[in-house]
Design a protein around this ligand. Structure first.
Ligand code: EPZ
Length: 426
């Protein structure tokens, strides 16, 4: 895995700015939905077929994880993945896969629920923050598991998981998902309070319920789960569209002054993003499963803070900052979810952006235009923001660190090129 990554680390994109993006783009399945759903498939005995699965490096890593745990899982010839779960899953998750992708920690809940014990490497932090898993572990303890952390591994043990009330200290997406999975096979009733309610969490709930789980969502942010004895494979399950990929293309269309129509989206999942884009002067025609963005209207400064759903998503913060770099006026941004998610600021500044950072706040002062530069992406969403900024900049840019994009966007350079972007992988 390391070698594969290194080969991509050196690769880069050459981007010639100034071409408005035009045409139609189909939005792929949601990365942050398919990863927990694949982990949950460890709990469904028999065959399961998933559709609308994006071909991403992170999905490939999760498939390798499932196979390492004893479950056969592979891309099938059409648009999805088939999983054959015929025998007991192994309890030990491979170190290299968990450290390669933090979302691999989603297998903790399923293995604990199926085996009664699990040994998972502690996922490392990443460029956007320390990303601890204390909320996950407190939830497992509440369900009756004994938690040991030694030599960089988390050991979980429970003769049986017993349902209980679990108030989360923060609406963590991953912790909510891990606990939904574990509680599905616990004895009795579990209520998860102050839960994350992102569309991807709802997609996981729907997937588990189709497999025989008994989970109810209760407004505003709780899940009530009646434990069952086992779950069964699902013939056909369609993963929801990726709202962050959709938001990224909307910003790209507005920033380049283009005219793009997105298809295969769930517009209702993008409420806060659409509202903020409109507030910034972006012209949008919104239907249930398609959105048209027309650039060319004057962009205005707006203030925003990243929040748990339905607030403005942290995964769109960098892309929105790119747009505001060339909006008229000063915008104030507050990143309230991750402690270190401003590493794109220095790179945008190389392109002529005027941004000042003060802790979790940034002030973006709009400039008339950005100029091409050599920049390096530090994480998935920062990378997307740099690429779309380069598309709008005057002149040529080189964007390094392509491996980050490959992790979470399905053929991002290819989709942009189809819209007329002058973009060449180096
Ligand atoms: C999920 O990460 C997403 N990843 C992230 O998307 C997304 O940014 C994040 O949710 C927030 O929406 C996947 O779904 C695979 P959290 P997750 O637990 O579950 C702190 C992308 O670009 N926290 O909601 O790890 C944590 O440090 C990625 O696609 C604890 O303190 O996010 C962070 O500051 C990036 N203790 C905040 O909560 C815990 O036990 C939100 O984390 C868990 C989290």
């Amino acid at each position: 895995m390391k070698g594969y990554q290194n080969s991509f680390e050196q690769s880069s994109l050459s981007v010639i700015g100034g071409t408005p993006l035009e045409g139609e783009v189909a939005i792929s399945g949601a990365k942050n939905s398919v990863l927990p759903i694949l982990a949950a498939s460890l709990m469904l005995s028999g065959k399961t077929r998933l559709h609308n699965v994006p071909h991403l490096k992170d999905v490939t890593v999760m498939l390798r994880m499932l196979n390492a745990l004893g479950v056969r899982a592979e891309f099938n010839h059409s648009d999805g993945v088939t999983i054959w779960n015929e025998k007991k899953v192994r309890h030990l998750a491979p170190y290299d896969l968990v450290t390669a992708m933090r979302a691999s920690f989603f297998v903790a809940g399923p293995i604990l629920a199926c085996r009664g014990y699990a040994k998972i490497p502690l996922p490392g932090g990443c460029s956007i923050g320390a990303r601890p898993v204390d909320i996950h572990l407190k939830g497992f303890e509440a369900l009756g598991a004994k938690v040991d952390i030694e030599h960089g591994f988390v050991g979980l043990k429970a003769d049986r998981l017993v349902g209980t009330r679990i108030p989360l200290s923060f609406p963590s997406v991953g912790a909510t998902e891990n606990l939904l999975m574990a509680a599905s096979l616990a004895e009795g009733e579990t209520v998860i309070e102050n839960a994350a309610i992102e569309p991807e969490v709802m997609d996981l709930m729907n997937f588990l319920n189709k497999g025989g789980a008994k989970i109810q969502f209760e407004v505003p942010n709780s899940f009530r789960i009646q434990g069952v004895s086992g779950l069964k494979g699902i013939d056909e399950y369609h993963v929801i569209p990726d709202r962050i990929e959709a938001g990224t293309f909307l910003v790209a269309g507005a920033l380049t002054g283009g005219d793009i129509r997105l298809t295969g989206v769930h517009s209702q999942d993008l409420g806060s993003v659409l509202a903020l884009l409109r507030q910034a002067g972006v012209h949008l025609d919104v239907e249930d499963t398609s959105i048209r963005v027309k650039g060319g209207t004057p962009l205005m400064a707006v203030d925003f803070e990243t929040e748990p759903f339905p607030g403005f998503p942290t995964d769109m913060q960098a892309q929105m900052m790119s747009l505001l770099c060339v909006a008229t006026g000063k915008s104030r941004i507050k990143e309230s979810i991750f402690e270190n998610r401003y590493r794109h600021v220095t790179e945008l500044s190389k392109m002529g952006a005027d941004i000042s950072v003060d802790g979790q706040d940034t002030i973006v002062t709009g400039v008339p235009e950005l100029n091409g530069a050599s920049v390096t992406m530090s994480d998935l969403r920062a990378g997307a923001a740099l690429v779309i900024s380069a598309l709008a900049a005057t002149g040529e840019s080189t964007v390094f660190g392509l491996s980050h994009l490959m992790r979470g966007y399905c053929d991002f350079p290819g989709k942009l090129a189809q819209l007329g972007a002058r973009i060449i992988p180096r």
